[in-house]
Design a protein around this ligand. Sequence first.
Ligand SMILES: C[S@@+](CC[C@H](N)C(=O)[O-])C[C@H]1O[C@@H](n2cnc3c(N)ncnc32)[C@H](O)[C@@H]1O
Length: 256
Amino acid sequence: MGSLYDYMRVPMDPSSEHAQRRYGAIKKFFDWALKEELVPRKRELRVLDLCAGTGIAGAALCETLHEWGIKGSLTLVDKRGEDLSLVKNWLSREEEVTGIVGDCLTELPKLRDFDVALLWGHSMAHFNPFQAAKLFRSVAEVLNPGGIFLIEETNNFERLFYRGRYRSPYVEVKSDEWALLSLDEGYSRKRDTITIGFYRIPNWELVERTELRFWDLAGIAGMLSMAFEKVGIVSKAEHGIVGVDDVVYALLPHRA
Ligand SMILES: C[S@@+](CC[C@H](N)C(=O)[O-])C[C@H]1O[C@@H](n2cnc3c(N)ncnc32)[C@H](O)[C@@H]1O
């Protein structure tokens, strides 16, 4: 069985024009965030990119820091190793980059002293509420007292239930030869997750079956407030950058 991200990698693949435009938009967002002092302005910043994929977000932040005369070092965590090495394609200079292949939930307790933690590109779906609580507590532990956690997400309640965007089967991506379809294959009332099967047609080859949680922004912010003193949401309309979704931020991590 392959991985869903063998097929859904266009938004983060450095060779795709779409991803390059997205990279430019993420850089613009970080430039805005530095101006607004949402991202701390220090001489050096340690950046942690969680569920990093190709590291598009962490690299965009490090490049923006460089333009501001700030030295950045980057640590990437993803449970798939194959995309991590592509981070060099986003970087114009030899950065201090560490790639960690593993699950964020098990890797985070081994890490310390970061200034910025990122969870970019709608990755919250991979964490059910119990895992999210553990993730947020662990991020609060790895951040320095002046650190910030930024999550790019959307309001899935509005997207799926109010606007009715998800219908099973759903065509996720297609090319001339194949399409990736997703099917609703079950629901856990206790974890509030949907089991989704991803199939490659024409042969209905199962690519991955995974449990996803469709989060809303206030739900994420509310849970973050148990691990951080100050939490807020910067909506798309507020930051105004096309190509970057709503961003939830959390400052002043509580220590256990
Ligand atoms: C939606 S992609 C986002 C990638 C990238 N951050 C971006 O903005 O394009 C989600 C990524 O999370 C990784 N992932 C999913 N669950 C994970 C976990 N528990 N720990 C580490 N990585 C995980 C996947 O392999 C995938 O690369």
